[in-house]
Design a protein around this ligand. Structure first.
Ligand code: ATP
Ligand code: MG
Length: 190
C-alpha cells in the first residue's frame, strides 16, 4: 500500500495536485487543512480551537493534529494507498506518523517536495484569497504562514532526506507537467 506525503509551503499546490493524483491512481486523500476547515464550518469545539491558530497564521498544536490523523488513518484500512496533504508539518508530526504507520505494518513510501519560489507563492495565495475568500489568505497572515513554514516545517526536508524518502518536484510550471513529474516519482517510471 502506498503512503505518499505531499509536502510544500503554503500555496505550493498540494491540494490541487493531490486531487489530480487521486483521480489518476485511485488513492485516498487526507488534507488536514480541509479537515480543520470542515470542523470550523460545523462549529465544533475542535473547529473553534483550530480557528484561533489558523487565523493568526500559526500551526494547530501537534497533539490535536495527531489525534485527527489517527482517527482518519483507520478509516482507510483497505485502501490502495493514501496521500497525506498538509501532514506532517513539524518534526514531531513526522515522527508520530512513522510510528502510527509502523504500528499498522506500513511506512511512508515517498515524500514529494513541491518546490515553488516565494514570490510565486505570495502571488498565488493573494489571488486565492480574492477568489475564495479564505480568511487566512490575506497578505499579513500569508507572511506569517511562510515564516512558520521556514522555521517549523522546512526542517522536514532534511528529516525525509535522512529517511531516504525525499523526492524533489519542480512545482513552478504547468499544472499538467507537475502532475506528470509526481506520477513518475510515485510509479518509479524515472
Ligand atoms: P496548500 O495551499 O499547499 O494546500 P496551505 O498551507 O495553504 O497549503 P492547508 O494545508 O489547507 O493550507 O492548511 C491551512 C492551515 O491549517 C495551516 O496554516 C495551519 O494553521 C492548519 N494546519 C493544517 N495542517 C496542519 C498540521 N499538520 N499541523 C498544524 N496545523 C495544520
Ligand atoms: Mg491545501
Amino acid at each position: 500500500m502506498l503512503n505518499i506525503v505531499i509536502f510544500g509551503a503554503p500555496g505550493s499546490g498540494k491540494g490541487t495536485q493531490s486531487e489530480r493524483i487521486v483521480e489518476r491512481l485511485g488513492l485516498n486523500h487526507i488534507s488536514t487543512g480541509d479537515v480543520l476547515r470542515a470542523e470550523i464550518k460545523n462549529g465544533t469545539e475542535l473547529g473553534k480551537t483550530a480557528k484561533g491558530f489558523i487565523d493568526q497564521g500559526l500551526l494547530v498544536p501537534d497533539k490535536l493534529m495527531i489525534d485527527i490523523l489517527a482517527s482518519v488513518l483507520d478509516s482507510f484500512k483497505d485502501s490502495k494507498g493514501v496521500i497525506f496533504d498538509g501532514f506532517p508539518r513539524t518534526v514531531a508530526q513526522a515522527e508520530e506518523l512513522k510510528k502510527m504507520l509502523a504500528a499498522r505494518g506500513r511506512e511512508v513510501s515517498i515524500m514529494l517536495d513541491l518546490d515553488v519560489p516565494e514570490e510565486e507563492l505570495m502571488k498565488r495565495l493573494i489571488r486565492r484569497g480574492q477568489d475564495s475568500g479564505r480568511a487566512d489568505d490575506n497578505e499579513e497572515t500569508i507572511k506569517k504562514r511562510l515564516s512558520v513554514y521556514h522555521t517549523q516545517t522546512s526542517p522536514l526536508i532534511e528529516w525525509y532526506k535522512n529517511e531516504r524518502k525525499y523526492f524533489h518536484i519542480e512545482g513552478h510550471g504547468r499544472l499538467k507537467e507537475i502532475t506528470e513529474q509526481i506520477i513518475d516519482a510515485i510509479t518509479g517510471r524515472k
